[in-house]
Design a protein around this ligand. Structure first.
Ligand code: ARG
Length: 562
């Protein structure tokens, strides 16, 4: 039970006594000076109890006034109940949180596996601005869901099996005819590979013969041609090693590095099953499955037999549910793929491929330029992720006194991640390295700085002689009570983040902790006259633990100095 549920309990008793109703009172943050929470349930209950709201509120207040949990209660406006929690109650919550291994975080039922599908890079295409959010949100969700007790498996789900593979193979023939003739695997680096992709995709658009050749090669590859597979493998490897640097920088962790290709062998049986269940039909030679009225059907096989994005996604659902036992699959994918994913989910449900698991699209909006449109480079091209990271590191470097590279990198990544995670997932945000890396304001560096400062306060104060009982917390000042009241909400913020797949809940919470600490630190002396106030040192230590946990959940590291 969290502390708000504890505080609501006597109010529930009062409601049943005064109005003969059984409700679970909701406590909301309160802006009335001198109060922490408010309960507005009187407004919806009074009429049916045959009372005026104000009258019922007065009755409830007189019931709960003497409860030691509350330092103050009053009726505001037409019948809102204002509540201030007693310091001893706040202290007790802190003690409980400190005593529990997981800071009092409530866990979900055991053995529930969540697969998080994020990243989704494509072979031969560099990571670009569009991938940033998937990596950042996906990694944070991975940590958040683990923290509330899920078994979590992250999978990058490589785009490694579609027509673009045939296009690349076609280009290999043009550029490495001798290797091709000898069935030798050519050697190329990632720059050559990316260039081949650009050339091939242009040629495919312009020339029907190239498209036909690409289709033919795709089909041969998917049918298991050993030479084509060897070349394909090389392309995949070259791509992977080229993006692993950025993935490491972003500190995204993948338990699985599977791709669309990994379900290839499962496709024929899946198509048979769809047919047997009467779900698929032939349309213009292709195999399609109808979804909701007015929506285009999901194409699962082209007329030439090649597998499509929809088919690999469907088979991957089976792999994750039936194969791995997932009870949830989250797709951290751009909102522009909404229709594709909803169709996949619908077909999966109809065909029973979901095995009862929840399939959810954790959608996100675009990273925008200052004009509010999707971010582009100066010459109007798609910005590469490497370049975005580098320009943010440059900005951060200018803010580090000695320009230390390692510190600048931590600040830059923290800045990017916080800018991303503190906005609502669906709304886009503006990529502005200068604002993101600012040490003041609602930014990652502000939080990193706050955490580094608390750590240094703790380190310095711990070395001094102390006044009072080590480790014990006595709330004496209102800023202390407010700070601790904020901190003990961590389990609730985390719960909200996990329920809504919304890391923003943790980001907002972390920011409010940093702000409350800043007020505490300016109003309450931790060290006075060369002696440390033991209770305040214990408060700092507790805040450090809470803030560090939040930053970990957001995937943000704290540099030792800033
Ligand atoms: N590779 C895809 C793309 O670049 C994204 C993959 C998203 N995940 C999925 N299971 N469809 O558009």
């Amino acid at each position: 039970m969290n502390f708000l549920q504890l505080a609501a309990a006597p109010i529930a008793v009062a409601f049943s006594k005064c109005a003969s109703v059984a409700i679970t009172p909701v406590l909301k943050p309160n802006r009335t000076p001198g109060f922490d929470y408010q309960c507005n349930d009187v407004m919806s209950v009074a009429a049916s109890a045959g009372m005026k709201p104000r009258e019922l509120a007065d009755l409830i207040v007189s019931e709960i006034k003497s409860d030691p949990m509350f330092a103050d209660v009053s009726v505001g406006g037409p019948g809102f109940i204002n509540l201030k929690l007693a310091s001893w109650f706040v202290e007790e919550q802190v003690l409980n949180m400190r005593a529990s291994v997981d800071l009092g975080i409530e866990k979900v039922a055991p053995d529930q596996l969540v697969v998080i599908d994020f990243g989704g890079p494509n072979v031969a295409k560099p990571l670009h601005v569009g991938h940033l959010r998937s990596f950042v949100i996906g990694e944070s969700l991975r940590r958040i869901l683990k923290a509330v007790g899920y078994d979590v498996v992250s999978d990058i789900h490589w785009g490694d099996w579609g027509l673009q593979m045939g296009m690349l193979l076609h280009q290999i023939i043009q550029q490495y005819p001798d290797d091709w003739a000898a069935e030798a695997v050519p050697e190329f680096d990632v720059h050559v590979l990316e260039e081949m992709y650009r050339t091939a995709s242009k040629a495919t658009k312009e020339d029907g013969a190239v498209l036909a050749s690409a289709r033919n090669l795709t089909q041969k590859l998917q049918a298991g041609d050993p030479y084509l597979l060897a070349v394909w493998k090389e392309m995949r490897e070259v791509s992977l090693s080229s993006i692993s640097g950025d993935i490491t920088k972003l500190q995204a962790h993948f338990d699985l590095m599977l791709g669309e290709s990994d379900v290839n062998d499962a496709l024929p049986a899946m198509l048979v099953e769809l047919e047997a269940k009467g779900l698929s039909r032939v349309s213009d030679g292709a195999l399609v499955v109808d979804v909701a009225e007015g929506q285009p059907p999901l194409i699962v096989q082209k007329s030439d037999g090649a597998a499509l994005y929809g088919a690999t996604d469907l088979a991957t659902v089976v792999q994750r549910t039936k194969g791995m036992g997932a009870s949830k699959i989250l797709y951290v994918v751009d909102q522009r793929q909404e229709q594709h994913l909803q169709s996949v989910f619908e077909v999966a449900r109809k065909a029973g491929f979901d095995h009862g698991a929840e399939l959810a699209h954790v959608a996100f909006g675009t990273v925008n330029g200052k004009d509010g449109k999707p971010f582009k480079t100066r010459d109007g091209g798609v910005a590469k992720l490497t370049d975005l990271l580098a320009s943010t590191v440059e900005q951060a470097k200018a803010r580090v006194s000695d320009g230390n590279q390692e510190i600048a990198e931590k600040i830059a990544i923290g800045a990017l991640k916080f800018a991303d995670l503190s906005t609502d997932r669906i709304s886009g945000y503006i990529f502005d390295p200068e604002r993101m890396t600012a040490p003041e304001g609602k930014t990652g560096p502000y939080l990193q700085y706050a955490c580094a400062r608390i750590r240094s306060v703790v380190a310095k104060a711990s070395a001094l002689p102390s006044e009072g009982n080590t480790g014990k917390i006595n709330v004496e000042h209102e800023a202390e009570r407010q700070l601790l009241l904020t901190c003990i909400s961590l389990p609730m913020a985390l719960q909200a983040a996990a329920d809504r797949y919304q890391p923003k809940e943790v980001a907002e919470f972390a920011f409010s902790v940093a702000q409350a600490f800043s007020r505490f630190y300016s109003e309450c002396q931790v060290v006075f006259d060369g002696k440390v106030n033991a209770s305040r040192l214990a408060i700092c230590q507790f805040v450090e633990v809470v803030l560090s946990e939040c930053l970990y959940l957001l995937g943000i590291e704290v540099p030792e100095r800033m």
